[in-house]
Design a protein around this ligand. Sequence first.
Ligand code: KG4
Ligand code: ZN
Length: 383
Amino acid sequence: MDSRHLSHAWYGAGTLTRGIGPANIGLMEAEEERATSHEPREAVNILGIETSCDETAAAVVADGRIVKSSVVASQTKLHEKYGGVVPEVASRAHIEKIYPVIAEAIEQAQVTRDEIDAVAVANQPGLTIALVVGVTAAKTLSFAWEKPLIAINHLHAHLQSAMLDEEHLELPAVALIVSGGHTCLYDCESPLELQLLGSTIDDAAGEAFDKVATILRLPYPGGPSIEKAAKDGDPSAVQFPRSMLGPDSLDFSFSGIKTAVLYHCRGQDMKGENRVDSMSRQQIADIAASFQAAIIEVLVKKTLRAAEKIDAKTVLLGGGVAANNALRDAIQQMCDSSVPARKLLVAPKPYCTDNAVMVASLAYYKFKAGLFADLSLEAKAHG
Ligand code: KG4
Ligand code: ZN
């Protein structure tokens, strides 16, 4: 729950006067100087911070849509030898990178501390020991700079990245968020009014891509590797299961398809070795393409089901898996062939995977609504 009292008192009541070098976070200096009142400038600049999983990211966004800077330090190299994200490793890397990344975002944006109106951070859901690094940094800066603090739900931020270029949503709107940790459908009335319609009951779509890539011995992260391999494959080569969970369900289940790929590679009795090592490139490409086609078919059918249920005029698509071209094309096709056609808003590719632009962008709407957090803000695994 957002707590409003503290930041309300802060906002407009004072900020730093002296122009501190933009790259200089300067916490000590901040403590020395307190300024008199200042009116908000026309543009609202928000510093966004994101550390929910394996990217350390910071960005400055003006008025929710003008991207002044976006810095993302990826940890892919650190996790690739484990074939997945190791929370302890992720947390340590965030600690190392968080302040340099924030400093770079401020420098690239060419704003002074004075010109930043609020500090926003993704505090849920995600890996708690990763989230806590961003949350601690944001609370520290908010306190030292006397700027309001804004708590952002990481999934809602993913959804926001699909709205970056759109000022007015044509309602009703249904949103599909597909990431490494979540697969969700929302009825979306505005950036701040979202109603969950369905979500995965086991693996997330991105998680399935990552696990199947491991089975196929394709490099981490799995999503882009499967997409690349699938380009040369036949999507009808292997008929993998499409779990729909009943005729009305808007929930997802992807653990079955992952197991089906494993059975396909090791034999039905699961006694054999993984045959992937002796498979041809074409066979692996066929499995990748067939798996991707099955996942996409389920995502598209469920999104259409949700769109029909709420009579959606607009469909939004975001999250790491939304970077997948085949999924983007399939959802576009679904929207085009609906009668009447539905409008698709899809996150720009750089803002599909984790980034802080989406955090700072969504924070603008909370800023305008006066929805501020206080220094008791916590990182939460679920949300
Ligand atoms: O949103 P995100 O960066 O992090 C989470 O919030 O989880 O999503 C990461 C997920 C990973 O599972 C990754 O394999 C998947 O997004 N992904 C893709 C593609 N690019 C990233 N999946 C399919 N196709 C892609 N091109
Ligand atoms: Zn994410």
